[in-house]
Design a protein around this ligand. Structure first.
Ligand SMILES: [Zn+2]
Length: 522
């Protein structure tokens, strides 16, 4: 008899325990996945529940009863926070209602892109923010203001030092853009008109950004030996951080061209020393050996283009100036490894596309430097410039302060392949970094650097920006001959709690939001 009593009370106890299990309602339940949360070094086999746009549960599913409208079985798949891309040239796509789905990035697992890098942004932020919201976005968007853009608003494209009055006007515009939700300022000190500014000008504007808790993102004044040199350009960025007291983020860190190859060790030491001094300095990097930029920016001397493209050709038509322009252009071509290392990836006249500068010059029977101006006369020309060395790329990639960034713009495969390429080539094949490092430095670290709240980690209360990919098949397909191929292996992408990629297919839904610095509900 006592035995029966005992068993009965045990049954009551067990069922009471079962009933005490918390019941939850969710929109989506992801179970059985290999979960990397964006912070930890080891994955866990746990479940995640999403309600509305947030993560409401993460942990052992047996501890709760979850009633979900959709269940995703992620067995054998990796579950990670959505990738955050700190440097893109997606603004043209984002502005165009036919391309604002941002699929080249979305298919890489990117759920947030940054736009307005390299000193160039659409102006004013408020106007474009409204447009993006109206049109809808495939991914979230983080906005930066361009220093070059602000300078152009106040001073045009002229090659002159800013007066106190110019600086005052620019500082007002910087405040206006921060008020509109910009996360900080980007500079393109290599490009005109950013290149016409001195360090003091940049510090003065960066101080306004610092006051607003923003960040400083830079395309360095020199990534090679074009003007002041690579290391002095990094020293300039550090000095801006020291004086303006704001975090410094170096975009697409690299040693561009034979003159500066193997400087990565000294650069790492320099940055480590500055970090020890208390300067917050980080960088992003794309996993390719070729950079990409306009042919003009790559090889034409800056002084020659002061005033814009028309002024360049007026100078070029003057025999004495033409001689100097051609000599300097020739030197710049050599810096980049020679004319056969400059591949035309985009041009108005498509006959040039897919050929390198040497091939075109042979075809036209003129020198490579003359070929530059012949092709520029036809309009915008973009090149892939093969100028990096494997050792430097690896050296930078191994640093915990270097995050993944695509610098993706049309013509270079990095727009379609950066994140899966880093995973496939550097994590899986070459084992240069482990998978958790790759994920953490593509998610939470980037959110932290850009001060993006409540994203980049899988954590209760955070926005549900989540990707699920197949570790066996996740890879890039785009290359230099066909740069427009979507990456493979992404099974699901959830943005703000809504499914954008479902079993490998785009759902045609624009689930992204414009993120703004001061109030992410704005
Ligand atoms: Zn750049």
């Amino acid at each position: 008899m006592w035995k029966l009593k005992y068993i009965l009370s045990l049954i009551i106890l067990v069922s009471a325990f079962a009933c005490s299990k918390k019941k939850m309602k969710a929109d989506i339940l992801i179970k059985n996945g290999i979960v990397y949360n964006g912070i930890d070094k080891t994955p866990e086999n746990i479940s995640i529940a999403i309600k509305d746009d947030k993560i409401v549960f993460i942990g052992d599913q047996n501890a709760v009863i979850i009633d979900a409208s959709k269940i995703i079985d992620a067995k054998g798949l990796i579950v990670s926070p959505g990738f955050i891309d700190p440097h893109t040239h997606a603004e043209e796509d984002v502005k165009d209602s036919k391309k604002s789905h941002n699929l080249p990035f979305l298919m890489q697992g990117v759920t947030t892109v940054t736009i307005g890098n390299d000193g160039s942004s659409y102006f004013p932020t408020q106007k474009f923010k409204t447009l993006y919201k109206k049109q809808g976005l495939g991914t979230n968007v983080v906005l930066l203001m361009g220093h070059g853009t602000i300078r152009k608003e106040v001073m045009g494209k002229s090659d002159r030092k800013a007066t106190d009055r110019d600086i005052e006007k620019m500082r007002k515009l910087v405040q206006q853009e921060m008020d509109a939700g910009s996360f900080g300022i980007s500079t393109g000190l290599f490009y005109a008109p950013g290149s016409y500014s001195n360090t003091e000008e940049v510090i003065s504007l960066a101080k306004i950004v610092a006051k607003n808790d923003g960040i400083y993102d830079t395309h360095l004044r020199d990534e090679s030996s074009f003007s002041i040199g690579l290391i002095p350009a990094i020293e300039e960025a550090i000095e801006i951080g020291r004086q303006a007291k704001l975090p410094i983020h170096i975009s697409h860190i690299k040693c561009l061209g034979v003159d500066v190859w193997h400087q990565s060790d000294s650069i790492i030491q320099l940055i480590e020393r500055s970090k020890a001094e208390g300067i917050n300095i980080t960088a992003n990097q794309y996993p390719y050996e070729a950079s990409a930029t306009s042919l003009k920016a790559a090889v034409v001397p800056r002084w020659a283009e002061s005033g814009g493209l028309d002024s360049l050709f007026i100078r070029y038509d003057e025999p004495a100036l033409r001689k100097r322009i051609l000599e300097e252009t020739k030197k710049n071509i050599i810096r980049r490894g020679g004319p056969d290392k400059l591949l035309i990836v985009k041009a108005v006249d498509t006959i040039f596309v897919g050929k390198n500068l040497l091939e075109i010059s042979q075809l036209l029977n003129i020198s490579p430097e003359e070929t530059v101006f012949k092709t520029l006369k036809t309009g915008f020309v973009k090149v892939a410039s093969f100028n990096m060395n494997k050792e430097d790329i690896s050296n930078f990639m191994k640093q915990d302060w270097v995050v993944t960034g695509s610098d993706g713009g049309s013509g270079h495969p990095r727009k379609y392949g950066s994140f899966p390429r880093k995973y496939h080539k550097y994590v899986k094949k070459e084992k240069l970094i482990d998978i958790a490092t790759f994920i953490n430095n593509s998610t939470s670290r980037t959110a932290e650097i850009f001060k993006i709240p409540n994203r980049g980690k899988l954590q209760v209360g955070y926005y549900a920006d989540i990707i699920i990919f197949n570790p066996k098949t996740f890879k890039d397909k785009a290359d230099y001959t066909d740069a427009f191929q979507y990456a493979e292996g992404l099974k699901y992408s959830i943005i703000n709690g809504q499914i954008s990629i479902d079993d490998g297919k785009y759902t045609d839904k624009l689930n992204g939001k414009v993120l703004t610095k001061n109030n992410d509900k704005k």
